[in-house]
Design a protein around this ligand. Structure first.
Ligand SMILES: Nc1nc2c(ncn2[C@@H]2O[C@@H]3COP(=O)(O)O[C@H]4[C@@H](O)[C@H](n5cnc6c(=O)[nH]c(N)nc65)O[C@@H]4COP(=O)(O)O[C@H]3[C@H]2O)c(=O)[nH]1
Length: 539
């Protein structure tokens, strides 16, 4: 009945895990897609910034060129008629010497009288200047010249001299990408001086008083930079398809990384769940199966060498592997079903050892209790029921719990008292590993103190000279409190000798026997003869 339930549970857990893995992979890929979007925009912004620098460089170069031409032409002495043959020659020379000018002209009374392209009779009336630069240049935009239809000019005028620059020449930047909008605008008036493609006057307000800015506006990634004089700002706007190409390129690179990262994370998730969640779930259901069984480690009387009891230790054979008890006990404690484990231990001990204990009424089995058992009223009734069912006397059992278990709840004292009232002996396990004080220890009514293996290991070890003293102190402490002592983890005859010399009654360890089946224990007990004392030294 149990196994199908395990199957169903583990199937459900696997489905949940699969779902979680899919979510993790999806989340990683979404993150990668988002990073690709940011990367694409960043690349676009960088590209736009590079082009803005080029626009600005060209604007400054043409502005310097215009300034120089106007200075030279305006200072050249001419006779009364600036458009005389000599004047026209001067204009043509200036035009030829300029890198940017399409024409250089003369102005009188607001009229263009002539230019390096020709004479204009009574003159062409000029519209009002679009703006005046910080160097005093009056700027005219969108101008045209007779005979040059189809061309639009940006013109700068000062001291009666005007220089025309073909807008197409000024904007001859990044021609291979006609979709990229670029140009210049006046910072104060938010008005475009010159440009190609879209221009949103709202972009100008994003600059405020900054020298440069990059931002995303709808489908555009915009970069801007102001001239040192701050009155003219160059801008470049990359449209969405161009940014999209960069995003796609980044995706091509980042999505597989995201997927790989997701797979690795899922693998970690799977591993963690196997290690903790799944392990706890598997153990919970294995509890009722033959995978989980008990072994018994002999506890001997150090004087006679006789095996007077055994500690019951749970074992979990998971497939071909034995899971260490520290792992599955901790998992059960964390998952909150340690009381069910103890219940199972009591059942298994009763099943394994009832007959044996009836045959040996002076023998005891020691059962480990966890912190949760020590604060639960159910523990006492569970132990009492077991005695009733098996008909065994209470002295057939000890219970042991670690210092930590004693520390964890205020109900512990009552539970211990109740267990002792039922007639079982109570031992404090792994003594010395926690922080319990003498006052703490004396506040409990206990019977046995188990010295931790760590202290036993230190006996007689060079360099840990204090080890001997600490063990002696713990033995004296137990004696003062009227407790019997069991030394744990005794592996050498020297340790056994040391403990025996100091009056320790009982010991447990590989020197006397490893955890074993109840049948092996029975044989060990049956093999003992009074003459062979002490047990370990005779081998
Ligand atoms: N190296 C060495 N080791 C020795 C020697 N003598 C005994 N041991 C080991 O020391 C541990 C003694 O058990 P513990 O201190 O109660 O420590 C136990 C106990 O806290 C817990 N545990 C085991 N079974 C149960 C159980 O049924 N219920 C509960 N609550 N805890 C259990 O798991 C811990 C580890 O159990 P095990 O792995 O069986 O490890 C056992 C035992 O095999 C020795 O001479 N040398």
């Amino acid at each position: 009945m149990i196994l199908p339930a395990i199957d169903l549970r583990s199937k459900l857990a696997n489905v949940a895990l699969l779902f979680a893995s899919a979510m993790v992979i999806t989340a990683c890929m979404l993150l990668a897609a988002h990073m690709a979007e940011l990367r694409g925009r960043h690349d676009s912004a960088e590209g736009a910034t590079r082009i803005v620098a080029e626009v600005l460089r060209k604007a400054q170069a043409s502005s310097a060129d215009v300034d120089a031409i106007i200075n030279i032409v305006s200072r050249t002495p001419v006779h009364a008629d600036a458009c005389s043959e000599q004047g026209m020659l001067r204009l043509r020379q200036a035009d030829a010497a300029s890198l940017f000018a399409s024409a250089v002209g003369r102005i009188q009374n607001g009229r263009l009288m002539c230019s390096s392209l020709g004479l204009y009779g009574p003159g062409l009336l000029l519209d009002a200047a679009t703006t005046v630069s910080s160097t005093g240049l009056r700027i005219h935009t969108g101008m045209s010249l007779p005979g040059m239809e189809g061309h639009k000019y940006l013109a700068a005028e000062r001291d009666g001299v005007i220089v025309f620059i073909d807008e197409a020449v000024t904007l001859d930047i990044f021609r291979t990408a006609p979709d990229v909008a670029l140009g210049m605008f006046l910072r104060t008036e938010h008005r475009r001086l010159i440009g190609r493609g879209d221009f949103n006057p709202a972009w100008a307000s994003s600059m405020a008083q900054q020298t440069s800015a990059t931002f995303v506006d709808g489908d555009y990634v915009v970069a801007m930079h102001a001239t040192p004089e701050h009155d003219v700002v160059a801008y470049v706007a990359f449209p969405r398809p161009r940014t999209q190409t960069r995003i796609d390129e980044a995706r091509l690179f980042l999505l597989p990384i995201g997927a790989l990262f997701g797979v690795v994370l899922s693998a970690c998730l799977w591993l963690l769940s196997r290690l903790y969640v799944q392990k706890a779930a598997d153990f919970r259901y294995a509890l009722q199966s033959p995978q989980v069984f008990m072994q018994y480690q002999p506890i001997v009387d150090l004087r006679s060498g006789r095996c007077i009891g055994a500690e019951a230790l749970m074992r979990w054979q998971r497939g071909k592997r034995m899971v260490p008890p520290d792992h599955f006990i901790a998992a059960a404690e964390k998952a909150g079903f340690i009381e069910r484990v103890t219940e199972r231990v009591v059942q298994l001990v009763a099943r394994d050892a009832a007959v044996f204990l009836h045959e040996h009424p002076d023998f005891h089995i020691s059962i480990n209790l966890s912190a949760a058992d020590l604060s639960s009223g159910r523990t006492v009734s569970m132990l009492a029921n077991m005695l009733e069912r098996t008909g065994l006397p209470p002295q057939s059992f000890w219970v042991e719990a670690t210092e930590r278990g004693f520390l964890e709840s205020t109900d512990v004292m009552q539970v211990i008292d109740d267990i002792r009232t039922v007639g079982l002996r109570v031992a404090i396990d792994d003594f010395g590993t926690g922080y319990s004080s003498l006052a703490f220890l004396s506040s409990f009514r206990l019977d046995v103190l188990k010295i931790d293996k760590r202290f036993v290991d230190a006996i007689g070890v060079a360099g840990i000279g204090t080890g001997d003293k600490v063990v002696t102190m713990v033995i004296d402490l137990a004696r003062t409190l009227g407790l019997e002592v069991v030394a744990e983890g005794v592996e050498t005859e020297a340790q056994a000798h040391f403990l025996r010399e100091r009056g320790v009654q009982y010991a447990q360890g590989w020197l006397f026997g490893r955890p074993q089946s109840v049948d092996a224990l029975r044989k060990l007990v049956a093999a003992w003869l009074p003459s062979q004392a002490p047990l370990a030294t005779s081998t």
